[in-house]
Design a protein. Sequence first.
Length: 279
Amino acid sequence: MIEPMAPAPQVDGGVFDGVSATTLWTLRNRASEAKRSDGVIRDPWAITVFDAIAYDYAKFGRPHQVHALRANAFDDPTARYLAEHPRASVVALAEGLQTSFWRLTRNHADAEFTWYSVDLPPVMDLRAKLLPTDDRIVGLAQSALDRSWLDRVDAGDGVFVTAEGLLMYLEPADVLALIADCARRFPGGAMMFDSIPPWLRARTLRGLRLTRRYTAPPMPFALTADQGLALAGGIPGVRRARDITLPPGRGLFGTVPQRLLDRGVLHRLRPSIMLLEFG
């Protein structure tokens, strides 16, 4: 495995705006967590990339561990799929500055899977500057809604699609069509994504100020855990849906059992992470 190098001269993160800027928000939170001695994630490449980008990170407010826990929640099902399909294709839609590939290959440097990194050209340009190359990584500089990426993916040994921190920024019709297209093209594959609850969608559409200097982009798509589970059978080709819980974290994230968040109305108020299996 390639270990992070000494920080390169800083690059300007100001090329990002709107939804693309959220990749810097999540990067900062993962890197800040990875730097802690009691951090919930080990992510040296996130630290390297974070330190290499000059940006006004303070406008996002105080760092928190949720994005690191979300990254861990995505890593585990991806690793299990690759254990069963060692030559599979992983498609990371709107990958941003995530460093999942290097976390997953930390203990499996010789793994044979192919990793398709899909994002807009400015993001892919920055990834090329700051992250190492690998023969297993295929970079596709395009929108996740540009379906031409479907034709590039080798589906012969299984496909695992991730949409971490993406679907909430899309229109509902686009989300459902994207899931349906993936299910149709990749039978036997899987797709994992996170979503926000309807009450949070409404807040973002009115203008959700995270701090005095930063307003979150509108998030038109929302899905409760129950609605996510109903996708199985509701979209052709989706044969099973699983509600994935966040792994234990630090403080309240480690002491409050997940089952308490699933009692009564709280079940419909919390964010969710869904794992869909395609038939």
